[in-house]
Design a protein around this ligand. Structure first.
Ligand code: UDP
Length: 428
C-alpha cells in the first residue's frame, strides 16, 4: 500500500532567516528552478527514526518555497518485509551473514507489488527521492517517462558494509541518476561510474516542537511527571532501542560516573520505535536485564499514558539533562546529536560515522571510543558547570552553522539539479 501524507501549509520566512542573506538567496533561486516540477519523497515509515523526522519538516518547507512536493510512505503486504530490511540495514552497517533466497524473494516481491500500485494509482513526479535501502529496488520498476529523475538517499553508516550484500545491491543503483550519502566516507567504492554522487549530511528543524525553546520549568515538570527526581542530575540518551545505539554501553558509562556522582540518574528514551524496525522489544528486554532493577535508570519504550507528546518529552529531557549521550557504535548521522547540541547541552558521542561530523572533540562535545571514556566524560562534565556551558554554547553554534533544515533542502535541490543534468528526459 502507498499512503500520501498531508501536511499543513508552512511559511518559509523564518526558515530563510536562519540563513545568511547569500545562502537564503541561493536557496530561493534553486527552488525557483523547480517551481514547475513535481517532487516525491518516498520512504518506508511515516513515523519514528531519523528519515521520517527529516521528511516531516523538509516536505512542508519545500512546498512553502513553491515546489509541489509530496511524501509517500509504503506499507508492504508481507510483514516479514521489515524483518528482511532490518537485516539489510544491519548488514550495510557491517553485520556479517548472507540473506536467504526466501528473504530476497520477500524483499523484491513486496516492492514489485508496490511498483504495480504506483502505476495503478498513476502516482508520478518529475523528481523522485527514494530513501534508504528499503526502497532501493523500486526505481527500476518505474517507467522512465513517469519518473525521469531518480535519486537514492542513503542515511545509514556505510563505512564497512557487508561485501556479500553490497555485491547484490549495488547493481540496483543503475536505475538511479544520483546517490546522496550523508558523509564522503560512505560513498561506495564500487558504485557504477555513471552514477552521480552528492554528499548531504542531514539536519534538524529548529522550529519543530522537539527543538523549539522550552522553558526550563516546563522541561522540569515533564521530567518530574515521568518519575525523574528533578533535584538530582540526569544524563540522557534519546534513541530507538537498537543494537547500534549501544544502550548497554550507556548504562556502563552511567555506572562509572555514578561512583563519583552517587545521585546521578539515567534516562533511556526510546519511545519512537519506527514500524520498519522490528528488533526494539528484544533489545529492550536485554537492556532491562542489564539495568538490574536500578531505580535511578529510567527507560521509556511504550508510548502509552505519557504526560506529554513524544516530541515534548524529547525536548524536555534534552533541555533538562545536564549531559547528553549518543554512544552509537555505527551511526549514519544521528539527528539526536544535533537535537541535543541545539539545546546547548554537552553531548558525548560515539566516535563513529556522522557523530564525528557533528561533534568537534573537546570543543562542541566529546567523542568516545568506549563506555569507560564515556563514563569519565560524564563525571568530568558533571563536576564542571562552566565547562558544560562553554561546550554547550559551541555545540549550538555548530548546529546553527551546519545542521539546520534549510541547508539540507538546498543540498537536495542542488543534488536534483545535478541528477537532472544526467537523467534522460521523457519524450513528449
Ligand atoms: N526519537 C523520538 N523519540 C524517542 C527516541 C527518538 O522522537 O523516544 C527521535 C529522535 O528525536 C530523532 C529520531 O527519532 O529525531 C532518531 O533519528 P536518528 O538519526 O538519531 O536515528 P535513527 O533512529 O534514524 O537511527
Amino acid at each position: 500500500m502507498i499512503d500520501i501524507i498531508e501536511y499543513p501549509t508552512l511559511k518559509a520566512d523564518h526558515y530563510l532567516e536562519l540563513l545568511s542573506p547569500e545562502s537564503a538567496a541561493e536557496l530561493t533561486a534553486v527552488a525557483g528552478r523547480f517551481r514547475d516540477s513535481r517532487v516525491i519523497h518516498i520512504n518506508s515509515t511515516a513515523y519514528g527514526g531519523g528519515v521520517a523526522e527529516i521528511l516531516h519538516s523538509l516536505v512542508p518547507l519545500s512546498n512553502a518555497l513553491g515546489i509541489s512536493t509530496q511524501r509517500a510512505v509504503i506499507t508492504p503486504r508481507d510483514a516479514r518485509f521489515f524483518d528482511v530490511t532490518k537485516r539489510i540495514h544491519n548488514m550495510l552497517q557491517g553485520a556479517a551473514g548472507e540473506l536467504t533466497e526466501e528473504e530476497l524473494a520477500i524483499y523484491y516481491g513486496c516492492l514489485d507489488d508496490i511498483g504495480a500500485e504506483i502505476d495503478e494509482a498513476g502516482l508520478s513526479a518529475d523528481v523522485w527521492f527514494f530513501h534508504d535501502p528499503q526502497l532501493l529496488p523500486l526505481a527500476r520498476l518505474l517507467d522512465r517517462g513517469a519518473a525521469p529523475t531518480r535519486l537514492w538517499v542513503v542515511h545509514i553508516d556505510l563505512t564497512d558494509p557487508n561485501p556479500w550484500l553490497m555485491e547484490r545491491l549495488l547493481p540496483l543503483t543503475r536505475a538511479y541518476d544520483l546517490l546522496i550519502c550523508s558523509l564522503e566516507d560512505y560513498v561506495p567504492r564500487d558504485a557504477p561510474g555513471d552514477l552521480g554522487i552528492f554528499v548531504a549530511p542531514p539536519a534538524i528543524d529548529p522550529f519543530a516542537p522537539k527543538n523549539c525553546d522550552m522553558p526550563r520549568h516546563k522541561a522540569a515538570d515533564i521530567a518530574k511527571a515521568l518519575g525523574i527526581d528533578v533535584s538530582r542530575p540526569l544524563v540522557t540518551q534519546v534513541s530507538r532501542f537498537d543494537f547500534w545505539k549501544d544502550p548497554w554501553g550507556v548504562i556502563d558509562a552511567y555506572r562509572l560516573a555514578k561512583r563519583s556522582h552517587p545521585d546521578l540518574q539515567l534516562a533511556l528514551l526510546g519511545l519512537s520505535q519506527a514500524n520498519d524496525d522490528p528488533e526494539g522489544e528484544q533489545v529492550l528486554r536485554s537492556v532491562t536485564e542489564h539495568s538490574d532493577n536500578d531505580p535511578d535508570i529510567h527507560m521509556f519504550f511504550f508510548p502509552n499514558d505519557l504526560p506529554a507528546s513524544n516530541d515534548e518529552i524529547v525536548n524536555a529531557l534534552q533541555t533538562h539533562s545536564r549531559v547528553l549521550v549518543q554512544k552509537s557504535t555505527r551511526e549514519g548521522f544521528g539527528l539526536t546529536v544535533s537535537e541535543g547540541m541545539w539545546k546547548g547541552k554537552p553531548m558525548i558521542g560515539g566516535n563513529v560515522g556522522g557523530i564525528r561530523l557533528q561533534i568537534v572533540d573537546g570543543e562542541s562535545g566529546y567523542l568516545v571510543d568506549n563506555a569507560t571514556q564515556a563514563g569519565e566524560r560524564i563525571a568530568q562534565l558533571l563536576a564542571d558547570n562552566e565547562l558544560c556551558a562553554r561546550i554547550g554554547r559551541n555545540a549550538k553554534d555548530r548546529v546553527r552553522q551546519r545542521f539546520l533544515i534549510p541547508r539540507l533542502l538546498n543540498d537536495y535541490l542542488r543534488a536534483a539539479q545535478q541528477a537532472r543534468s544526467v537523467a534522460p528526459q521523457p519524450v513528449c
